[in-house]
Unconditional design. Sequence first.
Length: 281
Amino acid sequence: MNEIFETIKKVALEIDEAIKTEDLGYSDSANSSGEDQLKLDVQSDIIIEEAFASVEIVKDLVSEEKEGVLSLHKDGKYTICYDPLDGSSLVDVNLSVGSIFGIYEGELQASNLVASAYVVYGPRIELVIATKESKPKHYRVSKGIFVQVGEIAIDKKGKLNASGGTQQNWSKTHKTFIDSLFAEGYRLRYSGGMVPDLHQILLKGGGLFSYPATTDKPNGKLRQLFEVIPFAFVYEMAGGEAIDDKGNRLMQLIPSHPHDTSPCFFGSLYEITKLKEAYGV
Ligand code: AHG
Ligand code: MN
Ligand code: MN
């Protein structure tokens, strides 16, 4: 598995370079979720695909930017499901973006996730790797090298509140719940990039990130295999919780299609307990 983490470090530096120097325009194609692809989405996807092409323990790749499963090595052990550039539409306004990787062994379902990782491209490049062995490890690039700066542990109660989707399309339950957190003193922190938004909550001690079911997206927006499940694992390994709007752990999800989405909530124990009460689940 170490070879996979080393490859992620390598591609992170290449994608960061592309973000800083390449054309920000649209490509002439859309991805499987019907979203227009930026040239940077496509380029980041190619960087990752080319890097894993020589890593023989990787059997298949599943990308946000590709329709199906790409087979790499038939005797490989792991499938890597990844979002090459999450929040790519924020690059042109110079906000932080990220890459997300879920490493699965066997069928593509949450219970088979063995590790996950994400990279934050911000003022600095950071990487978090979660495995079953320890708290998630936090790295930062210094002079071109990833150096571990600590382990991540989330508090039992936080202060930050980040909810996605258009408020006009939230349910009354969700709106009332989010308002109740603000009434308790929670602060709004939402950039529109799930990687920096979830990373901020983890590092600032806790809080809640939601992407609920909305009237326009009844199954939420965020994709299970390469957005929701990898972060659910990081949050659980950091001592937090990650559930859907029925109160089920996101680590129990079984997608029926690689691009399936799910409503999702990530946070500290306190906020997730309050969410369950508010949603009646
Ligand atoms: P992507 O750029 O890979 O399509 O994902 C963007 C995602 C995620 O980063 C963020 O949390 C969410 O879209 C924001 O959506 P809203 O603007 O609907 O809140
Ligand atoms: Mn994404
Ligand atoms: Mn993306």
